[in-house]
Design a protein around this ligand. Structure first.
Ligand code: ACM
Length: 762
């Protein structure tokens, strides 16, 4: 019996190991039982009618040479015991059919792009070490028998890298091209110019790089800290480097889309050539992140400059799309400029948005005259869309929907799902990021076809892109950490069929991590982090449920908020954690070896007379609903690491009435408010506590003016208010919203958010 079990385990193990696991998921896989094993007589060949695929075949030969330490030559002709790249004109442009049998491998495609993608799949069928950059003496290069038919869902599958905020070396950009191409992504959008740096040599305007590529210092920590490092930062790509990079990318079928930002995000250029601004004043290259009011002036000098710059850019980059930015251009400078006001009159433009539209139209006309197409961020819709423009929808999907309805091509890159500069795990366990919360499952869940569009309109959605803005990312390792694995999810959205299953993706992804290890990619392991959810038992006590995406490890936790280790309590879904008193639970996933996988996550609970009790609100919350219906008395205390438990009121007061169900004694009321100045979340101005027995007439028992620490960031104002001996059925808590955001705040004059959580009464 034990023997049979052992045999079963072994065969199951062998099967599990060989189950095909490819990212992005191919359209169809039929797996056989046998395998093909590379031996010293195996050849790599292209069929005689397919010599154009030789360069792709040579990429395989190079891989094999690295890991076997034996030279491989690509031959031509058919036969057994070979990996053959053959022509099949029936297959669509990027598609391929890959057949592995015990006697050999055949990758069929109609052209080298298809062969390249077939090769990327083939590399994921080999053991992960095939991707290593060193000799692997013990490696057995075996492949599972299979037939894979594949082609992409979308034609545009991109990643944007912001090299403006921080300069990234060519070696990193080449590695990024390698890694994205391995996942069948086919666009690298380089954001080459910014307020804080101009990163591309332009022969006609040498000061762009002499002056514009260097800033005197960078922000240290978060924007809200308003600190600087005092160290110059700079760097740019020469035209020779760009040409080499473009050639490198072409070999991997990656198109580099260059972005030259206009009319906003242009301070580095204006610092180099002050006549491009509206005042002619000499400025310094930007050092502060955010949206800059000093923008290009729409004068003839600027257009001449931009046309000359674009002429060189078009000469360097064969990309059909030339990205012209168009986002976040404040109109203050144009409002103050007599020249702009006169121009608007002369051109019959009713406002500054139309002036921006005039700007983009002129550039569109120029780029179109050169046989290329402009693409811009969704602000280019404001004031009227230029005739040939493609829209990159980033402020959600609305811009993309509007553009598709106007029969313009669209690339979907909504910040809700595709902004890879957002946190991918609990912020306390992550490197500093701009904000947000975008775990890999959320990116994965994105569907580019919006339900608002008809089938006909959906055809304008050409693809997807993930964006990596780098205000808080200065090093290649950190960029990789933010990009991966979310760029894998992006690849799967762009390539694979619409039907998606995150559990299946997760299983393939964790296997794929071994390949990323071989490629020396510094990916995030936040996928393994433990998620908390809370139920209530019959006694209205919170019952905590813990879960990790990965079910192969053990969840361990502590009940005092300290970091769990390999000896901490083991969680099991059958042994519920009932919270009977105030505490913080911290949890993490551990491998069998006892090593922690992923990071530590935690949640705080508070138990009191109000736990589980009903309440009403004078104004209902907006957008931030606290995760569940009775979020303010559910026992889960809002903490600074997540917006989820918090209940948010935009511009409105917190006006809360709790019903104890019967007259109840209490002496203390506690409630918390969040402060996050740069997220427009302000603490209240004051708080009042009242009681009643009939829910009609209320008596005030306490009123406090709160010293509003308005500029403080990321803090929780936890109030524990002694209210004396009371006996009442209803308790009312009113907290006054801070009101309009103050002078000096980027959102000045608009309503601030009041974030409240957990009213507990004792
Ligand atoms: C953008 O994030 N400003 C396109």
């Amino acid at each position: 019996m034990r023997k049979i079990l052992l045999a079963l385990l072994i065969s199951f193990g062998a099967f599990a190991q060989n189950t095909i696991s490819v990212i992005p998921k191919p359209q169809s896989i039929i797996q056989g039982k046998g395998k093909f094993v590379w031996n010293e007589n195996t050849q790599i060949s292209v069929s005689e009618d397919n010599l154009e695929a030789k360069e792709v075949a040579e990429q395989l030969a190079l891989r094999i040479k690295i890991v076997t330490n034996k030279q491989q030559n690509v031959v031509s002709g058919k036969g057994s015991n070979r990996i053959l790249f053959s022509k099949n004109t029936q297959i669509e442009k990027e598609g391929y059919v890959l057949k592995v049998s015990s006697s050999g491998v055949n990758i069929e495609a109609s052209n080298p792009i298809g062969h390249f993608y077939g090769l990327q799949t083939l590399l994921q069928l080999f053991p992960a070490e095939i991707l290593s950059n060193s000799f692997q003496p013990k490696l057995i290069l075996s492949l599972p028998e299979c037939t894979i038919k594949d082609q992409p869902r979308f034609e545009y599958r991109g990643v944007m890298m912001d090299v403006g905020r921080y300069f990234f070396p060519i070696s990193f950009i080449k590695k990024l091209i390698d890694v994205i191409a391995a996942h069948k992504l086919n666009v690298l959008h380089l954001h080459l110019t910014e307020d804080q740096g101009w990163r591309i040599e332009i022969k006609k305007y040498p000061k762009l790089t002499e002056i514009g590529s260097i800033r005197k210092e960078s922000m240290l920590g978060h924007y809200r800290d308003q600190k600087y490092d005092g160290k110059p930062h700079g760097g740019f790509y020469t035209q020779n480097e760009i040409r080499d990079l473009v050639t490198y990318a072409q070999r991997k079928f990656v198109t580099i889309v260059p972005e030259i930002e206009m009319p906003g995000h242009a301070l580095a250029a204006i610092a180099a050539y002050p006549e491009l601004g509206c005042t002619g004043e000499q400025y310094e290259v930007g050092t502060k992140w955010g949206v800059e009011e000093r923008v290009f002036c729409p004068n003839e000098k600027t257009f001449e400059f931009l046309e000359n710059v674009l002429t060189e850019v078009i000469d360097l980059f064969p990309s059909q799309y030339i990205h012209i930015g168009g986002d976040e251009c404040p109109k203050e400078a144009w409002k103050k400029s007599q020249f702009c006001q006169d121009l608007m009159k002369k051109e019959g433009l009713k406002d500054e948005h139309e002036l921006q539209s005039y700007f983009i139209r002129r550039i569109d006309k120029f780029v179109t005259s050169k046989g290329r197409k402009i693409i811009g961020w969704d602000e280019i819709l404001e004031g009227g869309l230029s005739p040939n423009a493609t829209v990159m929808s980033w402020r959600g999907v609305e811009g993309g929907i509007a553009a598709a309805k106007q029969q313009h091509d669209v690339i979907m890159t909504p910040n809700s799902h595709m902004y890879l500069d957002y946190y991918q795990g609990i912020p306390s366990a992550e490197p500093l990021a701009i904000g947000g919360f975008l775990p890999v499952e959320k990116t994965y869940s994105y569907e580019p076809y919006a339900p608002e569009l008809t089938t006909e309109e959906s055809k304008y959605i050409k693809g997807v892109q993930a964006n990596l803005w780098t205000e808080y990312i200065s090093k290649p390792e950190h960029a990789e950490y933010m990009l991966f694995p979310r760029a894998l999810a992006t690849a799967e959205i762009g390539w694979s069929s619409k039907e998606k299953d995150f559990v299946d993706f997760g299983k393939r992804m964790t296997k794929h991590f071994e390949r990323l290890n071989q490629m020396a990619v510094n990916y995030s392991k936040a996928y393994y982090n433990v998620d908390f959810s809370t139920e209530k038992n019959k006694l209205s006590q919170p019952v905590v449920l813990l879960k990790s995406n990965d079910d192969t490890g053990t969840i361990r936790y502590t009940l005092d908020g300290t970091k769990p280790n390999e000896k901490s309590l083991i969680y099991s879904s059958t042994k519920k954690i009932v919270v009977t008193g105030d505490r913080t639970i911290a949890a993490a996933l551990f491998a069998k070896s006892g090593k922690m996988i992923g990071g530590v996550t935690s949640k705080s609970y508070v138990i009191s007379t109000s736990t589980g009790k009903n309440y009403t609100l004078g104004t209902e919350p907006k957008r931030y609903l606290g995760g569940e219906k009775y979020a303010l008395t559910n026992g889960v205390r809002g903490d600074i690491n997540s917006n989820e438990p918090w209940v948010g009121f935009s511009g409105a007061n917190f006006d809360f009435v709790l019903d104890f169900g019967q007259k109840t004694n209490f002496t203390n009321v506690s409630v918390a408010f969040q402060g996050a100045y740069t997220s427009w979340i302000m603490p209240p101005r004051n708080i009042e506590i009242l009681i009643s027995d009939d829910n009609k007439t209320f008596k005030s028992i306490k009123k406090l003016d709160l010293a509003t620490a308005v500029k403080t960031e990321n803090f929780v104002q936890q109030l524990n208010i002694a209210v004396g001996n009371n006996n009442a059925r209803y308790l009312k808590v009113v907290a006054e919203n801070y009101g309009k955001l103050p002078e000096g705040h980027p959102g000045k004059g608009t309503p601030s958010w009041l974030f409240v959580d957990e009213v507990s009464v004792r």
